[in-house]
Design a binder for this molecule. Sequence first.
Ligand SMILES: [Zn+2]
Length: 278
Amino acid sequence: MPELPEVEVVRRDLERDVIGRRIKAVEVDAMRSVRRHHNRKQFISRLEGKKITAVDRRGKYILCRLDADDVLIIHLGMSGQLLRTKSSRESRAKHTHVIITFQQGGQLRFIDPRTFGEMFVTELDSLAKVSELSHLGIDALDAPMSWEQFGALVSQKHAKLKPLLMDQKFLAGIGNIYSDEILWGAGLRWDRMSDSLTAQEVRRLYRSLVETLQEAVKHRGSSLADEQYVDLFGKPGDYQHHHKVYAREGETCRRCRQEIVRERVGSRSTFYCPACQV
Ligand SMILES: [Zn+2]
């Protein structure tokens, strides 16, 4: 599933590539991908003829501003991909559900095998009414704060660190991969209680949060063998080669040379170093 860094890479690609382009035609093959609209026509008519003027992000939601004061909101869900093609003749990948053709040529395609992702158009003024957007937690790539402010928020909670990092209402866009990587970077165990951290540990946690996400964006996100993430041009990311713990069970810790372990909690695996994460 794409997490915050992968969505930010796609947003930056879109910002460079689609701003100023006018939408000529839209095709929708599966109602599920535009499920917030009454019908396909309603979705299509709000896009055709409009120009994309800006590409923003809120958590894992990509917001394409249109010149009619509407916003096209895109959520990749579990397996969604946005793919830019130079020509409309390029063959369509399986599970291509929405195709946006630009007047200047080329297409933006939405491919989503598991269909948890979606696209919808709303008025700019009504964004506050989209409940998923109004309940998002801190965006560590977008909204800088001091580590003291972050520490105050962490210590108010009484929760294990990994589930707290993955709580979307606390922090936006962190999933199973980056929570493990952030905690390794901070030298903290996944099950430490949030209100037990010293000031120094809070500082390490905040620094690791910001640095891990920024590094991941720099390396264009993580693409795993069994997952779908690629960038706007179909290229996989490179950050998986820089993971310190995720999916490295039995391998050597890059900090202390102990063996990385995997612990199953519920349906989820957690990877950490039992020696240098305390
Ligand atoms: Zn270690």
